[in-house]
Design a protein around this ligand. Structure first.
Ligand SMILES: *Cc1c(COP(=O)(O)O)cnc(C)c1O
Length: 471
């Protein structure tokens, strides 16, 4: 600690005696790493070289839509007027930013079919929570005491978590053998607990990559019961421009801008999870809303029934600029993104299905789920297959989700990958299947070529070692 090397020089700092109360004064050396500026840079560069991103290689992380993040998005977000605008600047001084937010809302209205949008929530899960609060408020104002929310057993974990955080009790509806909501089970729940049920939360296409064919019947049943429908929009990349949650009968939805709309994610964000609602829920949206009076864009705080603020300022503005840029650059080609995403997933599924068992033998949408039971019987497992992919410079797919599929491997190639990349993925997956037959031990001890070898995941989570010092 006394090497005396430093990257910065504070000079002599003089504080008046009473600036900091004595009890808070430090007596010992603060213990900061002693590094020159160059060594600090090398440290971070070395860490970034160990990182894997979509610019390193294919990133087929099911449900997460790790598509290419166009660089033009970054260029727009770094424009001085956007990047340096203070969030507390007056409406008058922020017309450009407010216009962008308003126009993004309008675009999302078209894409979701919803009547009003808020851009405030910071992620999909945060959107779910906000949407659930809106639903709660709706019933509160109506004077109905509905305490339960139905969530399919295939749902993303954030669905029951958000509904529960908003104060609802969760009831599970089963999936049938085709991976879709079991409509008879749903009818039974409505029959027995109907007057308690506030809403159902659904993802469509659902988390096993299959379109819920009975969605119109489900929305009819729910609405007849006086309940609402929440749409988890994480899989919007499979239907964008072809269908939308409003057509399917949903009342509230969220959109993950960091998935479908190409803003960067992974590593914790920032992201954005705007929500859309139908007309009758408009008054409950978080405030302020961003509105246009025909001449000026403005923040409207005059919403007596609003659920209040859900995020400091107005959301992750930099993310909103990137998503709006993507929408403008793509225009009608957003439909092509959907087509290619679905085509790519079906191509992969068909190329792999003779060697890997598919969880459902149905045409998939933008992702599909492999069941790795066969490979487990041969002495390996889904976890090992995922790790082995890293040796071939492919990011592991989502594994062990959804929970209803044993040894699940969930593959989502997105539209960004070329046929050559898809063929490479197929080749690697087939090779790994062969390796398992020949030498499962070798697969099970992978990765062999990644910067970090197999980690003890329990230890890493329970006792993370974040020390900068080289051991
Ligand atoms: C990603 C995802 C979410 C949560 O979204 P975040 O933006 O990560 O909070 C919810 N549901 C599904 C199906 C998802 O894939």
């Amino acid at each position: 600690m006394d090497k005396g090397i430093t990257g910065v020089c504070f000079g002599d700092v003089e504080l008046a005696d009473n600036t900091i109360s004595k009890e808070f004064l430090r007596n010992e050396n603060i213990g900061l790493p002693q590094m020159s500026e160059l060594e600090v840079l090398r440290h971070y560069k070395e860490m970034s070289d160990k990182n894997f991103c979509v610019e390193t290689g294919m990133y087929p992380l099911g449900s997460c839509t790790m598509k290419y993040n166009p660089k033009v998005n970054e260029l727009m977000a770094s424009l001085e007027g956007f990047a340096n605008l203070h969030p507390l600047a007056s409406d008058e001084d922020s017309q450009g930013a407010l216009e962008l937010m308003y126009k993004l809302q309008e675009a999302l209205k078209v894409l979701t079919g919803m009547d009003a949008i808020t851009l405030q929530p910071a992620a999909g899960a945060h959107g779910e929570f906000s949407g659930m609060l809106v639903i709660k408020k709706y019933f509160e104002v109506k004077g109905e005491n509905r305490t339960k929310v139905i969530v399919p057993d295939s749902a993303h974990g954030t669905n029951p978590a958000s509904a529960s955080m908003a104060g609802f009790e969760i009831i599970e509806v089963k999936s049938d053998d085709r991976g879709q909501v079991d409509i008879n089970d749903l009818k039974l729940l409505l029959e027995n607990q109907g007057s308690d049920i506030a809403a159902i939360m659904m993802t469509n296409p659902n988390t096993v990559g299959i379109f819920e064919e009975q969605v119109l019947e489900i929305s009819k049943l729910m609405h007849e019961n006086g309940s609402l429908l929440y749409y988890d929009g994480a899989n919007l990349n499979a239907i964008m421009g072809y269908s939308n949650p409003a057509i399917m009968g949903f009342d509230v939805c969220h959109i993950n801008l960091h998935k479908t709309f190409s803003t960067p994610h992974g590593g914790g964000g920032p992201g954005a999870g705007p929500i859309g609602v139908v007309e009758k829920l408009k008054d409950y949206l978080p405030k302020p809303t961003i509105e246009f009076d025909g001449e000026k864009y403005y923040r409207n705080y005059d919403l007596p029934n609003s659920i209040g603020k859900v995020r400091s300022f107005y959301g992750n503005f930099g993310v909103l600029v990137r998503a709006y840029t993507y929408i403008l650059m793509m225009g009608k080609d957003l439909k092509h993104a959907t087509e290619d995403a679905v085509l790519n997933a079906n191509y992969l599924m068909n190329k792999l299905k003779d060697v890997y068992d598919m969880a459902y033998n149905e045409k998939c949408m933008h992702e599909f789920v492999i069941c790795g039971e066969k490979q487990k019987e041969q002495g390996s497992s889904t976890l090992h297959i995922a790790k082995r992919l890293m040796d071939y410079k492919i990011h592991p797919p989502t594994v062990y989700f959804p929970l209803i599929v044993h040894e699940a491997i969930m593959v989502e190639p997105t539209e960004s990958e070329s046929k050559e990349r898809l063929d490479n993925f197929v080749e690697v997956m087939l090779k790994i299947a062969e390796e398992i037959k020949q030498n499962p031990e070798m697969v099970n001890s992978a990765p062999h070529n990644a910067p970090i070898k197999k980690v003890d995941e329990t230890l890493a989570a329970r006792k993370p070692d974040l020390n900068y010092a080289k051991k």
